[in-house]
Design a binder for this molecule. Structure first.
Ligand code: ADP
Length: 627
């Protein structure tokens, strides 16, 4: 073979300094690129053999990564398809972009190395992010092929000459530059391989070439050394997502989970994804047991492309409400050098997103149907996903409305339909709407809960952070329902009905009672009304209406109109004119009357945890006097 020098066909002085300078933060991906090229080369020869187009000895498919600290090199070797000198010229020298000006122009907006490498087909050239000098020593599988060696020192000139390789395959030798000395550390390399190569489909060996052993002498009588390597296979070539669900047991899924997330509690359940139309996708998604700190549990899904790890930022692929799931997704339809902007624009990604939503909904529905008991036990954890999904995704809602559970304060779970059937009798108001009562804090709202139960109503427990949004969304979706927090009004007005209690007070007495209470309440924003309720109901009830409270809650959470957040709180003080205490109050004298009213109001405030400081002290003092 005639040695040859030439120019890499990019019309620029020197593209490599640009690559190095701009891509520095992502430079570890050089190893991902070169190892996956090696894997591809091995898979190609296997494919040719299976097609009968290669009849030689295939050998054990293998990729090796060898670190030589003394020589300051990293060598990536494979026994794959190899390249002829012609192929090197074709595939390596003709870099797949047309010109430096275009490169620099497009590059201006690039966010990360992936974007550039992907756009310009620079996979192999990422080697120059860490190496001054790169050698390719290769022997093609083709009958009678000669070994070829390509050398490039990071300028645009290369040399190509006869190589020394006697077995089929390719060695890529990187002479690591000074700034990249960190890559001459086996722990660093191990870490990168663990990240990107752990599940590659061809065995990857990683070894260190620093241990040397004397091995006779050379012609001049100097001692010769042989390398003693203890290469380890570092990957699992057939990870569970690449297997058929029929060949897997629960234990396999749990073990894989432990491998991905050591020290984590077992997941609640998992979904094995497997589609080949209209896009290719495999994967296993796990529902983790949720912890207090959600943020720590985000970004746990790993994205692979043909078993090469790409990223664990899968925001675009996985619907937002499923971002707390764990596991892996593998799609060959997503390129290796995937960038954020690619994901946002890609049509397949959107399809993947809705496929995952559908799969998760189907799996939940299936769990609910096949083992309702265990589903109910897991509800605490999965409820959050389901509710979030129902709020944010119409299609998910359509499925989830049949397996979303509502839990009463007594802990009894119902589906939407079951709950409606359960409460419609007692809780339909005079306009034909079913009123769903709920509590966000069954300790604090106990008085109201008991009052509602006393009337034969049921109260739901809706106390998770997402529930306020859930309530608004469900009220909108479920026709003819009204959702009211149990303390939104005195029990008589919680559900508007035609039935009324006759008032024992005449108009004059009623207005007298109103005045007494008005003068005894010193707080801003409290309005007094005298109503005729069941004599057994509380004498005084203090409430904030549902609408104002929701607006306030929203303002507090940063959404909605901050206008409501700035408004003073307004409360309604409902006096039960039929209660015997009011009768007693009317009979009392001026000073005594005011004291009784004050005491009754304070008791109502106290029962709702709204009495504190000086007011509480005065109340305690007054109570002692009354004993
Ligand atoms: P890509 O892998 O995206 O095609 P690269 O720059 O990484 O871009 O590689 C260019 C081409 O060089 C590959 O498509 C392949 O034909 C060839 N090549 C690279 N590495 C190897 C290898 N280890 N064995 C055989 N061919 C290789």
């Amino acid at each position: 073979m005639i040695a040859e020098k030439g120019n890499i066909s990019i019309h620029t002085e020197n593209i490599f300094p640009i690559i190095k300078k701009f891509l520095y933060s992502d430079n570890e991906i050089f190893l991902r690129e070169l190892v996956s090229n090696a894997v591809d080369a091995v898979q190609k020869i296997k494919r040719l053999a299976s097609l009968g187009q290669f009849n030689g000895d295939l050998g054990e498919p293998l990729v090796q990564v060898i670190l030589d600290k003394e020589a300051k090199t990293i060598t990536i070797s494979d026994n794959g398809i190899g390249m002829t000198a012609e192929e090197i010229k074709k595939y390596i020298n003709q870099v797949a972009f047309s010109g430096a000006s275009e490169f620099v122009e497009k590059f201006k907006d690039a966010k990360d190395a992936n974007e550039i490498i992907g756009k310009f087909g620079l996979g192999f050239y990422s080697a120059f992010m860490v190496a001054d000098l790169v050698e390719i020593n290769t022997l093609s599988y083709v009958d009678g092929a000669e070994s070829a060696k390509w050398t490039c020192d990071g300028s645009t000139t290369f040399e190509i000459e006869a190589g020394s390789k006697t077995t089929r395959g390719t060695d890529i030798i990187l002479h690591i530059n000074e700034e990249s000395a960190e890559f001459l550390n086996e722990f660093k390399i191990q870490e990168i391989l663990d990240k990107y190569a752990k599940f590659l489909p061809i065995p990857i060996q990683f070894g260190n070439k620093t241990n040397r052993e004397e091995d006779g002498t050379d012609e001049e009588g100097k001692p010769k050394f042989k390398d003693v390597e203890v290469p380890n296979i570092i990957n699992t070539t057939t990870p569970i997502w690449a297997k058929s669900p029929n060949d897997l047991k629960d234990e396999d899924y749990l073990n894989f989970y432990k491998e991905l997330y050591p020290f984590s509690e077992d997941p609640l359940f998992w979904i094995h994804l497997n589609v080949d139309y209209p896009f290719n996708l495999t994967g296993v998604l796990y529902f983790p047991k949720l912890k207090e700190d959600f943020e720590l549990q985000r970004n746990k899904i790993k994205l692979f492309s043909r078993q090469v790890f790409i990223t664990d930022e899968v925001k675009e692929i996985v619907p937002e409400f499923l971002m707390l799931l764990h596991g892996v997704i593998d799609s060959p339809d997503i390129p290796l050098n995937v960038s954020r902007s690619f994901l946002q624009a890609d049509g397949n990604v959107k399809k993947i997103n809705s496929y995952i939503t559908k799969k998760v909904a189907d799996k939940l529905g299936e769990l609910f149907k096949s083992d309702r008991n265990s589903y109910e036990q897991k509800w605490q954890d999965i409820g959050l996903f389901v509710k979030y999904g129902m709020i944010s995704d119409e299609k998910f809602y359509d499925k989830a409305k049949d397996f979303c559970l509502l839990t009463s304060v007594d802990g009894k779970p119902y589906t939407f339909q079951e709950y409606k059937d359960q409460v419609a009798g007692m809780q339909t108001d005079k306009n034909g709407k079913v009123v769903y009562l709920y509590s966000t804090d069954s300790e604090k709202q106990d008085g109201f809960i008991q009052a509602a139960k006393g009337k034969g109503y049921d109260v739901l427990k809706l106390d998770s952070p997402i529930d306020s949004h859930f309530v608004s969304a469900m009220e909108y979706k479920l026709e003819n329902t009204i959702w009211k927090r149990v303390d939104a009004s005195a029990v008589n007005a919680l559900i508007e009905k035609d039935e009324t209690f006759e008032s024992v007070l005449n108009e004059e007495q009623s207005s007298q009672v109103k005045t007494v209470f008005e003068t005894s309440i010193k707080r801003e924003g409290y309005t007094v009304e005298v109503v005729s309720m069941n004599p057994e109901d509380a004498p005084v009830t203090i409430t904030m209406d549902e609408f104002s409270r929701r607006m306030k809650d929203m303002a507090k959470m940063g959404g909605g109109m901050s206008f409501y957040g700035n408004m003073p709180d307004s409360y309604k003080v409902s006096i039960n004119g039929n209660h015997k205490l009011i009768n007693k109050l009317l009979k009392a004298e001026g000073e005594e009357q005011a004291k009784m009213a004050k005491q009754a109001v304070d008791l109502a405030l106290l029962s709702q945890g709204m009495l504190s400081g000086a007011e509480l002290t005065a109340f305690v003092k007054r109570s002692v006097e009354l004993i």
